[in-house]
Design a protein around this ligand. Structure first.
Ligand code: SAM
Length: 367
């Protein structure tokens, strides 16, 4: 008999319904895992769809016209997302980042933002609400997002060279339209935008200096991200990674940089300020300098699975608990049970072999 071979890339995500421990204390805002890492950040993927086909994230060879995206009923509703966000806030989450897929593709996103913007962190401060976008729909939506209460924005832009950028997003999308999106965001009141550039050796590492020059003195912060082995579809190889140290050296040789202090413990980007006071850049070195030891991020997939690591192979099905009629207290207990036993530190243990193991795609779990 011929067994059907399922390629690794199409393996469905594995998940289990988490236990709901009894006798858990009420959330104190100070949940910690077994390594003492607090729960501070929550990334919520609100759609698994994207209008780009970035070759390192959603390559066309996998995400083609036959690719099965999640059906609408699988997605967490706005009410479910907001309810979970409140429970996470009670446990100490202070920052929520909406991502995807491309979050601006989610219909009526402004309504969700308004609902989330009303949440108060356990500390009494309003939740720090931010969003990562490819910028393609920003010119149209920036005003509505600001009016709904979005505080900050990150825009991904991998090159200022139009040919390189069009080839990387693989849908022929021009640089000029992303820059127009950033301008629209500034006009709408997002004064300081973060710009994410994933650097892939031999593809766009020649554009690093141009990117730094373009945004130096603009008030915006470019963050150079090491190309990571997320998911199983991008064919990652260590040779494709341009180490952050090299990028800092390259920029600093033309525009001198000095290391700056982190804004808070667990911050993903390492900060470097221009010596002449004209702003800063960030580098995110999750491959060459793993920062698992102070990782305080939880991730919620579009369909409500909780992941405690970007490189996880399985998640915890919170949607099942919600749709089973569980109370907020029970949801809080389940989350405490998951976070309290968290022990993962994938990036610290990464090898070429672990990088080849099947993992959840970034478009599903949220970047
Ligand atoms: N669609 C939105 C966007 O383009 O920003 C949000 C989702 S995207 C998955 C979030 C971020 O993850 C983007 O800045 C993207 O460049 C980054 N990313 C995706 N795949 C990556 C990889 N393999 N290594 C490093 N960063 C990656």
């Amino acid at each position: 008999m011929n067994a059907k071979v399922i390629p690794i890339r199409t393996l469905p995500p594995v998940h289990a319904v988490p236990a709901v421990p009894t006798g858990m204390p009420a959330p104190s805002g100070r949940l910690a895992d077994v390594r003492g890492r607090p729960l501070h950040d929550l990334r919520m993927s609100i759609t698994d769809r994207c209008n780009f086909r970035c070759t390192y994230c959603m390559p066309k060879s996998v995400f083609d016209k036959d690719y099965q995206y999640l059906p609408h009923k699988s997605l967490l509703s706005f009410e479910e997302i907001t309810r979970l966000a409140r429970v996470f806030a009670a446990h100490g989450v202070e920052k929520i980042r909406l991502t995807g897929g491309e979050p601006l593709l989610r219909k009526n996103l402004e309504v969700l933002i308004e609902m989330l913007a009303g949440i108060t962190a356990h500390s009494g401060k309003p939740i720090d609400l931010t969003l990562t976008t490819n910028g393609s729909l920003l010119a149209k939506k920036a005003r509505a997002l600001k009016a709904a209460g979005l505080q900050r924005l990150t825009v991904s832009l991998d090159s200022l060279d139009d040919a390189v950028f069009r080839a990387m997003n693989d849908v022929d999308f021009p640089v000029a339209d992303v820059l127009a999106g950033i301008d629209a965001a500034v006009a709408a009141g997002f004064s300081q935008v973060k710009v994410n550039m994933v650097v892939k050796r031999g593809v766009n590492d020649g554009d690093v200096l141009a990117m730094a020059r373009r945004f130096k003195g603009s008030g915006h912060i470019v963050r150079f991200i090491e190309y990571m082995d997320v998911g199983s579809s991008n064919g990652w190889r260590m040779d494709d990674v341009a180490p952050s140290a090299e990028i800092v050296r390259m920029i600093s040789s033309e525009m001198p940089l000095v290391e700056a202090e982190a804004n808070y413990s667990g911050e993903v980007a390492e900060r470097w300020a221009y010596r002449d006071g004209s702003g800063e850049i960030g580098v995110i070195s999750s491959v060459t300098q793993a920062f698992c030891s102070d990782c305080s991020r939880a991730r919620l997939s579009t369909e409500g699975k909780l992941y405690t690591c970007l490189f996880a192979q399985s998640g915890h099905d919170l949607r099942a608990l919600i749709r089973d009629g569980r109370s907020d207290e029970e949801l809080a207990a389940a989350i405490a049970g998951v976070w309290g036993t968290r022990n993962d530190r994938y990036s610290e243990l990464r090898t070429e072999a672990t990088a080849r193991a099947p993992k959840i795609e970034m478009s599903y779990i949220g970047g």
